[in-house]
Design a binder for this molecule. Sequence first.
Ligand code: NAD
Ligand code: UDP
Length: 312
Amino acid sequence: MKTILVTGGAGFIGSHLCKKLFEQGNKIICLDNFFTGSKKNVELMLADKNFKLVEHDIIEPFFTEEKIDQIYNLACPASPVHYQYDAIRTVKANTIGVINMLGLAKSHGARILQASTSEVYGDPAEHPQKESYWGNVNTIGPRACYDEGKRVAETLFFDYHRKHGLEIRVARIFNTYGENMAENDGRVVSNFITQALLNNDITIYGNGSQTRSFCYVSDLVNGLIKLMDKQGFIGPINLGNPVESTIKEIAEKIIIQTGSKSKLVYRPLPQDDPKQRRPDITLAKEKLNWQPEIKFEDGLKKTIDYFKKIIA
Ligand code: NAD
Ligand code: UDP
């Protein structure tokens, strides 16, 4: 049994990660400031002595007597709407917060994994994106608090590794979807499903020709755990589903699968919105023997069923 700290553990991905690690027989400390996460996402584990939920902001240092073996650092709002709400706080989470968690890992001799992102590639000029690509990010735009924040977080991880020999892992996560996404999350899959279920207009930003590649959350969580437990490989490594779709295709699939009467409406494309995104996962296949298994239609069905209950 390991003691594992998951920051952002009450959020979308964090709650699935906590559940899986908990089911594997580990002791979980779930740390969250509940900015976008919710106690409800982890409520089934709350009564167990091997699950501890701590309200804490990683921008403040965290101390514990309990010996921590592993840290998954997920604490950061991930939806553009939420990370831009207080951009300076987003930068703080990815700098001061990350330094706090790296310091904690150092003092416990723990291995630490960073939830990095495909946003480090910005609006990519190379397609699909390989880990060797350095990216194309606007340093002063509205997405920079997140993109540059996540880039400097990777830098900090590698500097702690070089200077202090810290055991690090860096996962570059591509668009992920599934149950426990917040209804007001603002990201495309949750927005479109909610709109479709309510027969409201489906809001396509731009002309809908921009692409993303969507990974179901259970696949992603398996990849994160494989990376954490892999000996001798620190990353960075892409984790995502290489099946690429336009945003318009996603809207059409959601209309069909929900049987919705919604119409597509077009809204201005947000500034610096990446035009294309697809992970090259050759490295994940090679190093982790990992690739996504859940088809979009199947993951979408589970996600739609979840939102049906939430909306009801
Ligand atoms: P989310 O917003 O649902 O989860 C983030 C969690 O972190 C929430 O529970 C929130 O309350 C918490 N949090 C935010 N700031 C905090 C702080 N300063 N201190 C403590 N807790 C804080 O988002 P998610 O989709 O679950 O993303 C989790 C991580 O994965 C994030 O770091 C995100 O950048 C990364 N990621 C996600 C995706 C994706 O498609 N979901 C893609 C790339 C990277
Ligand atoms: N998007 C959209 N309508 C929405 C929400 C998002 O057309 O209601 C678009 C958005 O402009 C982007 C894509 O969907 O091109 C994915 O957006 P999301 O916020 O989910 O993630 P990210 O841009 O960070 O990949």
